[in-house]
Design a protein around this ligand. Sequence first.
Ligand code: NAG
Ligand code: NAG
Ligand code: NAG
Ligand code: NAG
Ligand code: NAG
Ligand code: NAG
Ligand code: NAG
Ligand code: NAG
Ligand code: CU
Length: 624
Amino acid sequence: MAATAAIIFFLSAMAISVRAAVVEHTFVVSQVNMTHLCKETLVTVVNGQLPGPAIEVTEGDSVAVLLVNKSPYNITIHWHGVKQWLNCWADGVPMVTQRPILPNHNFTYRFNVVGQEGTLWWHAHVPFLRATLHGALIIRPRHGAISYPFPKPDMEVPIIIGDWWQLDLPQVYRSMKNDSFDFFASGSTINGKLGDLFNCSGVPEGGYVLDVVPGKTYLLRVINAGLFSEFYLKIAAHKFTVVAADANYVSPYTTDVIAIAPGETVDALVVANATPGRYYMVAKPNQAPLPDTQTPEFTTRGMVQYRVNHSSMTNGAAALRSRRGAKEEENDEGPSGDVALAPQMPDKHDTVTSFYFHSNLTSLYHLTVPQQVDENLFLVLGLGSICRNGQQSCNRGGKNNESITVATMNSVSFQHPTANLPLLEEHYYHSGLIDVVQELPDGPPRAFNFTDKALIPFGPKELRLEPSSKATAMRRFQHGAVVDIVFQSSAILQGDSNPMHLHGHDMFLLAEGLGNYNAAKDVERYNLVNPPVKNTVLVPNLGWAAVRFVANNPGVWFIHCHYEFHLTMGMAAVFLVEDGPTVDTSLPPPPSNFQTYRDCDDNVLPDELCLQTKKSEASMESTR
Ligand SMILES: *[C@@H]1O[C@H](CO)[C@@H](O)[C@H](O)[C@H]1NC(C)=O
Ligand SMILES: *[C@@H]1O[C@H](CO)[C@@H](O)[C@H](O)[C@H]1NC(C)=O
Ligand SMILES: *[C@@H]1O[C@H](CO)[C@@H](O)[C@H](O)[C@H]1NC(C)=O
Ligand SMILES: *[C@@H]1O[C@H](CO)[C@@H](O)[C@H](O)[C@H]1NC(C)=O
Ligand SMILES: *[C@@H]1O[C@H](CO)[C@@H](O)[C@H](O)[C@H]1NC(C)=O
Ligand SMILES: *[C@@H]1O[C@H](CO)[C@@H](O)[C@H](O)[C@H]1NC(C)=O
Ligand SMILES: *[C@@H]1O[C@H](CO)[C@@H](O)[C@H](O)[C@H]1NC(C)=O
Ligand SMILES: *[C@@H]1O[C@H](CO)[C@@H](O)[C@H](O)[C@H]1NC(C)=O
Ligand SMILES: [Cu+2]
């Protein structure tokens, strides 16, 4: 049975291209001790590595990842940005698309990577644990480097920006769900390394080093795997040519700074054309200025180091210093005493540089953007409160123990499904249960001046706006529906931006702006010719972003903010895309290794999972 399925799977992969391969990995999830900043911390990682292993494929390949869960946690892995065409089963969202993989259990994910090129990534879709469970997913063109739509790079380098946490992350999650928010990382990292801005008793932390050869071109595959912050990335004395974002090619865009929010990826070329020497590569988080609450955030840096002999290196850097002066760039004493050049970074309160960076991206190709729109959603992103213990009324706001602060879309805070079957299974087997989830409203319950700064800081003024509901909010789309969404950030969120990530589909980013969205004048600005195509759209702080996508991939897809604190607080929903009219446009049955409620009778599913499905199963029988 399993063998037959494997053969069918292999044949369908073959049909795409005779040369398509199956890329296989084994991911062993376990806990290891790592020591940074003088402190040993127990972290959950894949194959003992942080970041985890990179998956490298050629477009059209299939991927098979055997996940062996030796951690004490329930785990699922999400293949961030992979479209999972007709394969929602492999999307890896616990209780939305699959049951979690229990401790001491295994599961094999199988998916094809088709019609996408560039950089994506994978991460655990387990609250907060994705801080240490992540890695790159690199998709090269089928016809080799010659088919890159830019000069062939001499070398490709993943640059994963992340956080270093010294806390028990599952406990942080439980606390944040219970109205307690003062938990922060202890540092930031580039490729898992904190760098020399951090030290243990004065001994600098090791930093990421990229050795370069003069004149060579490097393709940086930049991923923001951090939980809390957007970052600015710069390399002293070097420019980037951005060529792709979210595994979609963009018109080459030259800049000295990359802005990247959690969930986004950026591919950029860097030519090693500076005077040979040592140049800091710096990743610095940004945040909205006062009166926003200011949170601890950390700059991290690595080094771009020219491969030349030591004396010419020192001379080169010194020459560069005297030529450029200290106004543009700051010099820093390297650990070994020679001088390395540090880039001048944007101010941490500068959010305009991010707005410009994102607004300046356009698709490399002219696209066929559908013009006829079937559905319009206006999703206001905000904060709210719910009463503890399901009560209807309570004291809200301030320091009280009767309500819990939540994050919302149109005043609904997402209740992650826990008690029943995964939503996708309910949907596929037509249990009828899925009908009881709440419909995501098309617009906010009340209009207000969404970006009125008088609402900052979060205080008594917005109390009247905040009563919210907690529900598994879902929106159903007919197969093929063309959907427009305007995401509107609100001042209730203080000055937070919101990287909104949609599973299973890319979105055309038609326009973005500051202040309140105004259809009367903003629709005219829509780019329907070459909009960037994204799986994660950064909605500017106190601003909006308008996207369009075609709901043609049947299944149940998560849509959520990629800031972990907003997701934990409920800034999420699910989109259910109906089957199309044909087999080729309908969700196939679950893969053969996929355990559903039907396996309970055969004792295939572990008892823990059967117990929780008993109730659902009973009600399913009654609806059949
Ligand atoms: C991590 O370190 C602690 C304290 O040193 C030790 O008790 C524990 O066994 C270690 N765990 C692992 C997985 O190495
Ligand atoms: C893991 O998942 C099972 C089944 O959904 C659930 O019963 C259990 O409480 C979960 N364990 C943890 C630690 O979340
Ligand atoms: C999980 O996979 C590992 C490695 O292949 C294997 O040794 C183990 O028996 C598997 N466990 C289960 C429960 O299938
Ligand atoms: C949640 O917070 C409330 C109020 O601070 C506290 O009484 C309760 O013990 C907390 N619950 C958990 C599970 O931490
Ligand atoms: C080490 O780190 C601490 C805390 O960030 C800082 O105050 C101190 O200046 C650092 N020391 C050195 C020698 O870099
Ligand atoms: C692109 O960036 C430049 C500054 O780098 C800015 O002046 C311009 O307005 C930006 N373009 C858009 C469409 O935002
Ligand atoms: C809530 O706070 C009030 C006033 O601080 C206190 O009297 C009450 O015991 C608290 N209730 C709970 C359940 O902690
Ligand atoms: C909304 O608030 C902004 C910022 O405080 C203000 O500039 C704008 O005039 C307000 N708009 C309306 C329609 O009241
Ligand atoms: Cu958010």
